[in-house]
Design a protein around this ligand. Sequence first.
Ligand SMILES: NC(=O)c1ccc[n+]([C@@H]2O[C@H](COP(=O)([O-])OP(=O)(O)OC[C@H]3O[C@@H](n4cnc5c(N)ncnc54)[C@H](O)[C@@H]3O)[C@@H](O)[C@H]2O)c1
Length: 403
Amino acid sequence: MSKKSDKVVNLAMVGCGGMAGAHLGGYEELWRKGEKRFRITATVDEVEDRARAFASRIKQNMGWQVATYKSVDQLLNHHAALDGADICSPHGLHHVLACQLMEGGVNVLVEKPIGITVKASKKIIATAKKCKKVAATAEQCRRSIGQRTIHWAFNQSALLGDPRFWFAVSVNWQDPAQFPNWHWRVDRKLGGCGMVMDSGAHWVDTMRYWFGEVESVYARVEQIDRRPHRKGDKLVHDAREDFWTSILNFKNGVVGNWSWTIAAPGKGFTQLTLSGDNGTLVDSDIFHPAAFQARGECQLVDGTTYSMTKLQQLYLKTLSKKQKDCLFPYGITNGTHLELWDFIDALSNGRQVEIDAEEGLRSKAISEAIYESGVSGQVVKVAEVLSGKVNAYQRDVDKYWNL
Ligand SMILES: NC(=O)c1ccc[n+]([C@@H]2O[C@H](COP(=O)([O-])OP(=O)(O)OC[C@H]3O[C@@H](n4cnc5c(N)ncnc54)[C@H](O)[C@@H]3O)[C@@H](O)[C@H]2O)c1
């Protein structure tokens, strides 16, 4: 385990909603397993009761006295000696809060997607450079044991051989009339848009991790079922797509087909198929494949089959103790808990994180290339989305945030 330094880092949790609860569970596991190089000293939420509920859970489970604040302004004005902030806010606030915190001298871990647009992500990167702060993307999936195993099966071992192509297809039905509560995600200025960039952020990062950079994208992105949702006596229009189909051309020649809909009334299915020269791996999740549990199986050209559990055992056998301590410290295999450990260890040791904001931006650009292609009807080069040359889809969100 990388423990050159015993420096203890003081953290604030900013945004104490759903995902922050999973982060808190991760901090609790790290603490229980013996990671003592961090303290949570502040919680921040504009709904202060949420910050207070987190503070009392922290006091109960880790014994720390935690200050609570309603805003990052208050935090920066009244809270001393902060090393890092863990931001779990709506997407549109990622760059606002991250930049404010870094300008205030605090390193940041920002939930995916790093920024609401490419420009917002670049602002985070520029501020990190200017303020000499760490800006990390909280992206857990590639760190999970299932995804590390698949990376190994394609890239380090000859098991699956050179990757050829993949199909990730999910065809399901969700009745807009039954959608849960109105939420910031339905507002493009706060959410950015739908699953291409929300849960899709995990898949684009995973694809880059397994297969390298994407050169170009062709996509159709639609909202097929345009009925509004009902919230009490209000009708709420949702900006998010309920259908996309996309072709992704990787620089190494791999081709991917990523298609998703919740506008298919009736019985649905979800399937992921990853093929290499020597075999094919099948799973049943197109956003977090193999991330959280041992699902799926692999069949080789000679007929041999491996469950994901078996494949994971084969992978783990190849790792030295030092590699295991680095990838799965304290034996932890939950990607979210590992991303928090990476942030703590990086701040404690003054090293870089595995997935910094630049890495987050490269993944983000693929999601945006899909939207941009949906708007233009053309094949879109990811490099042109990264450079800002192609940005028609993101323009109104950038304008709203003065980017
Ligand atoms: N990695 C994952 O698997 C995963 C899963 C779900 C959500 N997320 C990400 O986590 C982030 C938060 O999503 P969520 O589902 O937890 O949303 P949420 O609405 O449950 O939580 C957001 C919280 O931020 C608070 N907030 C809003 N404005 C604020 C401000 N200015 N200052 C402080 N707090 C503020 C809200 O009151 C709320 O408590 C998003 O980036 C989302 O994409 C990641």
